[in-house]
Write a protein that binds this ligand. Sequence first.
Ligand code: PML
Length: 265
Amino acid sequence: MYSVRMRATKDEMHISGAERLVDEKDVKNVTQSMIERARSHDRGKPDKINISVEEIKIPIKEITSLPINLFNVNSVEDGKKAARKVLIHIGIPDPCIEKAFTLLENGPSDGENMRGAMVMNFKGERLEPDKRRGIRASHMDITPGASLQLADALSVKGMTLHFTHIKEALVLASKVASVKGTIAELCWSDDPFYTTGYVASNKLGYVRIPHLKTEGDYHGGRVFFVDNVNITDYIEEIEKTPVLITKFDGLGEISDFNNIQENNT
Ligand code: PML
């Protein structure tokens, strides 16, 4: 198996990225479609596309995805309230939640977004060694079968338009949640026209919240809330251990938060 990764930038600014775990025979096709995707991104034409192809020499961890739970809200105010409630329910201390929101809202790297994620412990301390880069979950993919299960579930809800975005975020969130020490993840996109975000955890699954910022706001990113980790080992696993999602764990809705179903898988 090979890890194929693409990152496209314009004037050093991130335009798009993608990654797959593929058999040797598929490397060429996947590389080509990644280049095409990078060149037709709605954020503009990149002036640099980096492709890396790396043989995987360690065993691939196979996991089931987190289940998706739709938490439908109609405003950013309600979206943020929903995310806070979910994080509190998971057990993240309130000061950490406030700090994470403030950082993501204002740009955690001197007012700018980070390329990767922040890692925050329960004291609200940021553990990522490089505060500009952050840590980048990598070496992950989903099998065609699991991807089809996800596509079918989204189609029933009339959400096919968001398939690629959700698939990539779900793959990343499921890998991060599978790493020992991760308690939750808070994320919303840095794309100014994509306002959806999520809170992911083993406890409640991938809770998808449609409004976590207003349109036009370019701030966004990720915070991994962790407890009891050796940060060097944690980063190594998030960035390097290959993970393949072989099963999609289903899609539900949160209509009554007080009766929320915990994920027991
Ligand atoms: C979704 O569920 O629609 C994806 C939300 C998070 C997207 C994060 C990103 O694109 O950076």
